[in-house]
Design a protein around this ligand. Structure first.
Ligand SMILES: *Cc1c(COP(=O)(O)O)cnc(C)c1O
Length: 444
């Protein structure tokens, strides 16, 4: 059939609506009409490319409307062993108190007056860091806010070795510029000395900035002054020192082989303000935490941009729960920390118990490594036990795993799918076994 002729045979909007009248109770009419128009448009496009394509407008509309009821953001099984997987939402959330309905978000139940939303996290922050603190949307927002308050219209001095890009286009120099701060680079990429900082300080200096190089290491002929030296210099010259810690580790993870600066180390070394992400090693929801000198915290709290970057009640509820667990040292209640602390033996035991359920699969247990991820602790890994499944078509098997319900995200190594139970919740194991059996079965 000719293209023009096929296009003419397409039904009109009203006609399709009439044929789909069983949907009129389930969907608002404007939505139904819009989906019909879109499906007709898509059909015309398809016919222009291929005049012989088969077209079923009603089916297309039904499917597109049904898809509206499917959540786009949904739970997945993380079998990669990357604990803070940036693409999978970084730290998995704690179970937190429900805040459906109304809450005392900004209401003081004692006095019956208007309260501040900050109180729900500030007392916990003080416990965790030993400092007063506030929280904003993420650490990028924290960096912006701190620099803007400390050094807008002035210079911030930073070592060339710390002018980092974190990922997704977050670059320290760009944020500085938007915060109205002039970047004053000192030293060289691999080496900077305290004298470089000292010589750069002038009446234009608003802050000394230290940035934790989260996702890379400079090796070889390198050197940076210690945090304590920079803090001391700031004190001598009356310039505030701000450290962007990135991860913000509050639990000592060195027994598990993870070396990350602790928030309390920065405090001890005398910096004025620190900031860090809530959803990295803290194990909480996405947010940025700013803690430090009380005068600076109250100034930052009054910065007009704070209002634009403040936390919502859902985040506050989860953050409060996470911090309560951290203060009470209930490490296992914080999923990311529970996963990091899990030993290779524990993981091997779980894998051994799961293996018999993987009937029909060519699977074995092998030693491997999990990583922390989330731009934290490059090159540091945790020993783990992997379930390695041989599949004829690993690429196809990996894609099928992603499309199961719940989706399973796994690693591939040569001709094997690798499953790391470190990042799989025990209650997900049953669903994982079923998905693996479906996706990786050896087809005879
Ligand atoms: C991760 C990171 C950031 C960005 O934090 P978000 O919470 O993702 O906004 C900023 N600085 C450093 C050093 C980081 O590691």
């Amino acid at each position: 059939m000719e293209l023009a002729e096929r296009l003419r045979t397409l039904p009109g909007v009203d006609e399709v609506a009439q044929r789909l009248r069983d949907l009129t109770d389930a969907y608002p009419r404007p939505l139904l009409i819009r989906q019909i128009r879109r499906s007709l448009e898509a059909a015309r496009d398809l016919l222009r490319k291929n005049p012989n394509a088969s077209i079923d407008i009603e089916d297309a509309v039904r499917r597109s409307l049904a898809a509206l009821r499917e959540p786009s953001l949904r739970r997945v099984i993380n079998a990669t062993g990357v604990v803070l997987h940036t693409n999978l939402g970084r730290a998995p959330l704690c179970d937190s108190a429900p805040v459906g309905g109304y809450s005392n978000l900004e209401y003081d139940l004692e006095t019956g007056r208007r309260g501040r939303r900050d109180v729900h996290v500030s007392r916990w922050l003080e416990w965790i860091s030993g400092w007063p603190g506030i929280a904003v949307n993420n650490n990028a927002a924290a960096v912006y806010l701190v620099l803007n308050e400390m050094a807008a219209g002035a210079e911030a001095i930073v070592s060339r070795g710390q002018l980092i890009e974190i990922g997704d286009g977050f670059r320290i120099p760009d944020i500085m510029q938007r915060a109205g701060v002039t970047l004053r680079e000192v030293g060289a990429t691999n080496r900077t000395s305290i004298e470089d900082y000292r010589e750069a300080i002038s009446e234009r200096t608003g802050a000394l900035l230290i940035v934790h190089p989260s996702n890379f290491r400079v090796q070889g002929f390198t050197g940076q002054p210690s945090r304590a030296e920079v803090a001391q210099l700031g004190k001598e010259r009356g310039v505030p020192v701000y450290e962007d810690l990135g991860s913000g580790c509050v639990a000592d993870l060195s027994p598990y082989g993870i070396q990350e600066p602790l928030v309390s180390d920065s405090m001890r070394d005398g910096v004025s303000i620190v900031s860090f992400s809530g959803d990295k090693l803290l194990g909480g929801p996405q947010c940025g935490i700013i803690a430090g000198d009380a005068m600076w915290i109250s100034r930052i709290r009054r910065n007009p941009m704070f209002r634009a970057l403040r936390l919502d009640k859902l985040i506050l509820a989860t953050l409060e729960t996470t911090m309560r667990h951290l203060v009470l040292e209930e490490w296992d209640a914080v999923p990311a920390l529970r996963m990091i602390r899990m030993s290779q033996t524990q993981i091997r035991d779980r894998a051994t118990a799961l293996l018999p359920k993987l009937t029909g699969l060519d699977a074995e247990i092998v030693d491997g490594e999990s990583v922390i991820g989330g731009g934290s602790t490059p090159e540091q890994s945790l020993p783990t036990a992997l379930i390695a499944i041989r599949a004829a078509d690993v690429v196809g098997a990996e894609a099928r795993l992603r499309r199961t319900d719940p989706p399973v995200i796994a690693r591939i190594s040569e001709d094997r799918i690798l499953i790391d139970l470190r990042t799989v919740f025990p209650e997900e194991e049953q669903a994982l076994a079923i998905s693996l059996a479906r996706a990786c079965a050896v087809v005879e």
